[in-house]
Design a protein around this ligand. Structure first.
Ligand code: NAI
Ligand code: MG
Length: 353
């Protein structure tokens, strides 16, 4: 199994080191892999002048899965848009056609106080948002700003083809089948025709998944329900723009950014796995960053690309054990727990494995 590792910038290399140590500890347990490391983001700009160099593109294409740290930082904020580190992320997602973005939001019981919501509303929360990532109003044509009747008019176009909806729908139904067998599709069919088609196609696909209960919700209501009673959801599926907003909303129900993994998959389950957080320049290089989001991203990689459910669960259970034993990095620290650094957290997970 070939893994392309892209540590990136800021805390990226520190958290990646721990994720790789955890994978190393699993080696042999039905799991063997080789790693090719490459540059992305600001560190790639510094070395080659571009955030997504040709050598990185080659390594990413040759791999079965990509594990990424984070990119960006103040050092590169003044560069022209084309050279900014974030461009590297957009380029790799687009080049590899990673259309399915999976963002779990799990509230570990030990971290219940990290949420801004009342414990009874969020305790035991475990939901998965499936966001379409390569279509919708972010990519639709025509787009732009033009002069009309003496004033400027800005416009974008929401477009979804049946095949685009069908492929993200299948990913969501498959994910729901592996979890609680409940899928809520989010749209705005009362106003937007493109999302009426979205709803129609979801209903068509559901015929192939009689074991999954499909429901529908308008996006404005979904935004309300996520903060009112988030535990009613299991898997949610939605388009690029609604998913952008709802997945950030859902992740913050847990309150702990250092804990949240993500996956972006193509049609063959090749995937890019990365923590949901950024490069945290404020704590970079200090050994303080929480590596758990990256370690949990590696677990998602084992589950979705390599179909190693047992090994994925081993990592997730090890993380639960470590939290239960009181280990905390600064971002999730509370009085009475044991504050550790990045490497010690990695050690604890490996010991729990
Ligand atoms: P951020 O997620 O990097 O940091 C926000 C806050 O959370 C900071 O106080 C940081 O210290 C803390 N934090 C984040 N991850 C943590 C971890 N693993 N352990 C402990 N604390 C953690 O977001 P921010 O500050 O808005 O962006 C910083 C840079 O990261 C920017 O250049 C931004 O463009 C980039 N970024 C990159 C992303 C990516 O690579 N996918 C995503 C979001 C931002
Ligand atoms: Mg966003």
């Amino acid at each position: 199994m070939k893994i392309c590792v892209l540590p990136g910038d800021g805390i990226g290399p520190e958290i990646m080191e721990q994720a790789l140590r955890v994978l190393e500890a699993l080696r042999g347990d039905g799991f063997n892999f080789e790693v090719e490391t490459a540059l992305i983001g600001g560190s790639a700009v510094d070395a080659t002048g571009t955030p997504y160099p040709e050598a990185t593109s080659k390594a990413a294409k040759a791999a079965d899965a990509i594990l990424l740290g984070a990119v960006g930082g103040p050092k590169w904020d003044t560069l022209p848009r084309e050279q900014r580190p974030e461009r590297g992320l957009l380029a790799i997602r687009k080049e590899l056609n990673l259309f399915a973005n999976l963002r779990p939001a799990i509230l570990y019981p030990e971290l219940a106080n990290a949420s801004t919501l009342k414990p009874e509303v969020v305790a035991g929360l475990d939901i998965l948002i499936v966001r379409e990532l390569t279509g919708d109003i972010y990519f639709g044509q025509p787009r732009g700003v033009r002069e009309e009747n003496g004033e400027r008019v800005g416009f974008n176009t929401m477009v979804y083809s049946e095949s685009e909806i069908r492929r993200i729908g299948k990913v969501a139904f498959e994910a729901a089948r592996k979890r609680g067998k409940k899928l809520c599709s989010v749209d705005k069919m009362n106003v937007l025709e493109a999302t009426q088609l979205w709803r129609d196609v979801m209903i068509e696909i559901s015929a192939d998944y009689p074991d999954v209960e499909l429901s529908h919700m308008l996006v404005d209501n979904a935004a309300m329900q996520l903060v009112r009673a988030p535990k009613q959801f299991d898997v949610m599926v939605t388009g690029n723009m609604f998913g952008d907003i709802l997945s950030d909303e859902a992740s913050m129900l847990t309150g702990s950014i250092g804990m949240l993994p993500s996956a972006s998959l193509d049609a063959n389950n090749k995937g890019l796995y990365e923590p949901s957080h950024g490069s945290a320049p404020d704590i970079a290089g200090k050994g303080l960053a929480n590596p758990l989001a990256t370690i949990l991203s590696a677990a998602m990689m084992l589950r979705y690309t390599f179909n190693l459910e047992a090994q994925a669960l081993r990592i997730e259970n090890a993380v639960k054990k470590v939290l239960a034993a009181g280990y905390r990095t600064g971002d999730i620290y509370e009085a009475g727990t044991r504050q550790v650094g990045t490497r010690e957290m990695g050690d604890a997970v490996i010991a729990a494995l």
